[in-house]
Design a protein around this ligand. Structure first.
Ligand code: FES
Length: 167
């Protein structure tokens, strides 16, 4: 009688130990597996269109600055790329819009619009570009790049974050 009690207590201990072990494995294992496969499931936002402002809020004749960062996820590798530029509305026509990059074509410093000089100035080597991005002076070998854009039904200016060379 006491022998069968002893055996069943042992069986009970085995069962309990097995259940606790299984529970611990599940608690540790499931998040670990999820952690390992999650980079493959994460959405890559690189190259996706980005809204940089409403057309109605962008003044006519004055370059309107914008900037944003895109994080690219490639498995375990995560890189961030920053983009910046200016929306230029020459007239009130919604089709008359250009989106210039603010990256200087010399050594990639960021240019700033100077209203007094009516030009984009690069602080690194004193270059100057005109309002259309053409080089006026300094070492840059090419005009400022640009972004392809569209204006959606709500009036948002949407760009593709890929800098294109002028011309
Ligand atoms: S980086 Fe702009 S002039 Fe050199």
């Amino acid at each position: 009688m006491s022998g069968s009690n002893h055996v069943s207590r042992r069986d009970f201990m085995k069962l309990t130990t097995g259940a606790i072990g299984g529970f611990i494995a599940a608690v540790i294992g499931i998040p670990s597996v999820a952690y390992l496969i999650s980079p493959a499931l994460r959405e890559d936002k690189a190259g996706k269109p980005v809204s940089i402002g409403k057309l109605e809020n962008i003044p006519i004749g004055i370059p309107y600055p914008f900037s944003f960062t895109v994080t690219k996820v490639n498995g375990w590798e995560r890189t961030a790329a920053s983009y910046g530029g200016f929306v230029l509305r020459r007239t009130a026509d919604p089709a008359d819009v250009v989106v210039l990059s603010s990256r200087c074509t010399h050594l990639s410093c960021r240019v700033n619009w100077n209203e007094e000089a009516k030009g984009f100035l690069c602080p690194c080597h004193d270059a100057m570009f005109d309002i259309d991005g053409k080089v006026l002076n300094g070492p840059p070998p090419e005009p400022l790049g640009h972004f392809e854009h569209e204006v959606d039904a709500e009036g948002n200016v949407i760009i593709t974050p890929v800098e294109l060379k002028e011309g």
